[in-house]
Design a protein around this ligand. Sequence first.
Ligand SMILES: *[C@@H]1O[C@H](CO)[C@@H](O)[C@H](O)[C@H]1NC(C)=O
Ligand SMILES: *[C@@H]1O[C@H](CO)[C@@H](O)[C@H](O)[C@H]1NC(C)=O
Ligand SMILES: *[C@@H]1O[C@H](CO)[C@@H](O)[C@H](O)[C@H]1NC(C)=O
Ligand SMILES: *[C@@H]1O[C@H](CO)[C@@H](O)[C@H](O)[C@H]1NC(C)=O
Length: 387
Amino acid sequence: MATPINSLLSLLFISFLSSSNADLNVADFGAKGDSKTDDSLSFLGAWAAACTSPKPTVIIIPCKRYFLSSVVFQGPCNNSNVTIHLHGVLVAPDYKKMDSSDSWLMFYDVAGVSVIGGYLDSRGSSLWACKLAGQNCPDGATALTIYGSKDVLIQSLISINAKLYHIVVHTCTNVTLQGVRIYAPENSPNTDGVHVQNSINVGVLNTIIKTGDDCISVGPGTKNLQILRVACGPGHGISIGSLGKEVEEDGVENVTVKIAVFTGTQNGLRIKSWGRPSNGFVRGVIFKQVLMNNVENPIVIDQNYCPGSSGCPNQNSGIKISHVTYTDVKGTSASQVAMKFDCSATSPCNWIGLRDIKLTYQDQPAESFCRNIRGIALGVVTPPSCL
Ligand SMILES: *[C@@H]1O[C@H](CO)[C@@H](O)[C@H](O)[C@H]1NC(C)=O
Ligand SMILES: *[C@@H]1O[C@H](CO)[C@@H](O)[C@H](O)[C@H]1NC(C)=O
Ligand SMILES: *[C@@H]1O[C@H](CO)[C@@H](O)[C@H](O)[C@H]1NC(C)=O
Ligand SMILES: *[C@@H]1O[C@H](CO)[C@@H](O)[C@H](O)[C@H]1NC(C)=O
């Protein structure tokens, strides 16, 4: 016969069991969170438990600083609903102590994974110093890579000081980055904010990116990418490309950038391809409601990219750029040529549209530049369109 206190205890025990049944805590897998002990194996233990469970699972990462070496959270899993509540900070090793992985944290071949909250500190500064000193340094590791996966949500994550890119989405379907914030210094090399490649149905929403390279870069094989409400700068802007490095390359199709603010960036809206043969393409791009604050090259298509002048001089880009529209793009250019369309002689840009553009350059008239382009301008367009 149970006494009242015993039934109270068994009630507590049952509710503990039922909650611990659903939620996994990295602490229960041995994670210390003292910012020194390598907690990678504890994280992988929690991941294995979540991934093998046939039911939806939640992993809790309490608010501490966890030191992690490079980790791959690998699928496929026995359920397609793992939610990771990241309350703490994940800290990376210095580059000299990292293995040669090209990613620090990676989700590989997963479905239905959500990462909510958290803070990634990649500690990139010593690697940048090495690169800036022109020494012989490794490329470094991307902070977070989502590869070969589907139905992934990254929400309210903060990533600082990546060694290389901050977030890469590669070979994925249905990935949403929402409310993510990305910070690295203006002079940090190769610290792209978000890179999307070979992926379908990706959203980058409500994002703030201040970094040393492209805020968002879009690689070959990207289809249906939605970039909505993004603030970029410092950084190199939003760039489709570089494309056309390879002769055989997948195209980029259906990219929308809507409601974006660029502040003090090197570029605003850029499409860039190597000046060499390729069967790739860019089509179906909408740039809409964009504000430029003192941006070096607010609108630019450059099909003559040829770094180091090797492998491309005197050749033309094979990338076919078509159906690209710029609507309601306003603000200030930091250089006189506010719109530059330098397209390929052999694959001219086609079906390019401008509507309601107002870009100014200090107190002088801004200019536009056109080469090998066909299109149409509607509404008020300043600088005057050269289409
Ligand atoms: C899925 O569950 C089965 C048992 O139901 C188990 O044998 C298998 O290892 C699990 N798969 C993974 C990837 O964990
Ligand atoms: C995933 O599981 C959580 C509970 O852990 C639930 O609230 C949510 O609706 C599930 N999502 C999907 C897409 O099944
Ligand atoms: C996309 O992924 C989300 C989870 O992030 C899921 O809730 C949604 O149903 C998926 N959409 C499709 C069309 O599968
Ligand atoms: C691109 O968008 C158009 C119009 O929304 C749609 O018809 C087409 O199927 C999309 N292309 C791809 C590759 O999804």
